[in-house]
Design a protein around this ligand. Structure first.
Ligand SMILES: NC(=O)c1ccc[n+]([C@@H]2O[C@H](COP(=O)([O-])OP(=O)(O)OC[C@H]3O[C@@H](n4cnc5c(N)ncnc54)[C@H](OP(=O)(O)O)[C@@H]3O)[C@@H](O)[C@H]2O)c1
Length: 331
């Protein structure tokens, strides 16, 4: 087969505020790859990308704090091995890990890749999405009868948290910024649902306090407000800070003394730190629950890397619903 186009998404410039499709991130069609003959010497593997997860945190990678790179790496993705010179990976294996925004990729650093279990009965795009499970097990430890407030609850992480909390018998308060997302949250079983853009969070929390667990995806003023409604010995699970990602000067979190007054535990969690401890348990539990319909999910899907820069902006602005993914092939 002659060399084929290897479309990529490249990082062109540091955004000032929100990313601008085509200017800060852009699809690139300048690279070709010879799939039959490209060298894999030294134990490399060649894989075809199936799905790429568009996670909000990638915006932080574009601030110039890291060494400026013209290829923006770090999305979590699933790919299928099409050639291998590494005995641990065989042709047809589905692999999960941190990858490039590209249709085809060669991996040298194979220890970072996980081989996914076959035939799980769910789309490969659903696989990336472990943050909710790890942080639920590791930090939240919700108990029946407690109250949790989940911010950006209709998103990839939030929607799983809402369901894990309901299954554990908690009262769930969930917020999102679009009316269309509120029905999804009701369908997931959330007890109290509100649009944080049109309703007063202060009033909602006042009506339903005390909050035992705050699942923080937002930071800034949101977190400052929630701290005033927490229960004694409550837990604040700090997973994201999206209110800070696209602004030059973010609002600081105030009301810090409440951490002492209310004896709060505030803990940040990075998904990559918990792969070794909870990864096997995740794959043994969550895909099966999704396949059996015990966990619902919602995705915003685009089918080409040309659409990736716009989807990336949509996620930052809240114009996605559920998990935002680029699906390049179903298998
Ligand atoms: N720690 C980790 O390892 C880890 C891993 C994955 C994700 N995260 C973080 O977890 C959070 C959720 O990630 P996700 O992948 O599930 O994304 P997501 O919730 O699907 O997408 C981001 C959502 O944030 C909301 N949003 C945007 N700007 C906002 C603002 N100023 N205030 C309040 N909400 C805002 C939007 O929804 P609305 O319609 O609700 O506004 C948007 O859809 C993000 O902050 C992300 O960075 C952390």
């Amino acid at each position: 087969m002659p060399p084929v186009l290897n479309t990529r998404v490249i990082f062109k410039s540091i955004p000032q505020g929100y990313p601008v499709p085509g200017q800060t991130l852009a699809a690139d069609h300048s690279q070709k790859i010879d799939l039959d003959n490209v060298s894999l010497a030294g134990g490399k593997i060649l894989a075809k990308t199936l799905s790429i997860s568009i996670d909000p945190y990638l915006r932080g990678k574009m601030n110039g704090t890291e060494k400026m790179s013209f290829e923006i790496g770090h999305p979590h993705a699933v790919a299928k091995v099409i050639r291998s010179e590494n005995p641990k990976f065989k042709v047809g294996d589905h692999i999960y890990g941190i990858m490039d925004w590209a249709e085809y990729q060669i991996f040298e650093n194979v220890p970072e890749l996980r081989i996914l279990p076959p035939n799980s009965g769910i789309p490969w795009s659903v696989f990336p999405g472990k943050t909710a499970y790890y942080a639920w097990q590791e930090v939240a430890q919700g108990k029946e009868g407690e109250t949790i407030y989940v911010s950006t609850a209709a998103g990839a992480v939030g929607s799983v948290v809402v369901q894990l909390a309901k299954q554990a018998g908690l009262k769930v308060i969930a917020s999102a910024g679009h009316e269309s997302k509120l029905q999804f949250l009701r369908d997931l079983g959330a007890d109290v649902v509100f649009n944080y853009k049109t309703e007063s969070m202060e009033n909602v929390l006042k009506d339903h306090e005390p909050i035992d667990i705050y699942w923080d995806h937002v930071g800034g003023k949101t977190t400052s407000t929630v701290l005033m409604h927490m229960n004694t010995f409550g837990r604040v699970v700090v997973i994201g800070q999206i209110s800070t990602y696209n602004v030059a000067e973010a609002d600081a979190v105030s009301n810090f003394p409440q951490i002492l007054f209310r004896r709060l535990t505030v803990r940040g969690l990075g998904v990559i730190d918990h792969e070794a401890k909870h990864g096997d348990e995740f794959y043994a539990t969550i895909p099966g629950m999704i396949a059996r319909g015990e966990l619902k999910y919602n995705e915003t899907i685009v089918r080409s890397l040309d659409e990736a820069p716009q989807l990336f902006l949509d996620v930052q602005k809240g114009d996605n619903s559920g998990k935002a993914v680029i699906v390049l092939a179903d298998d």
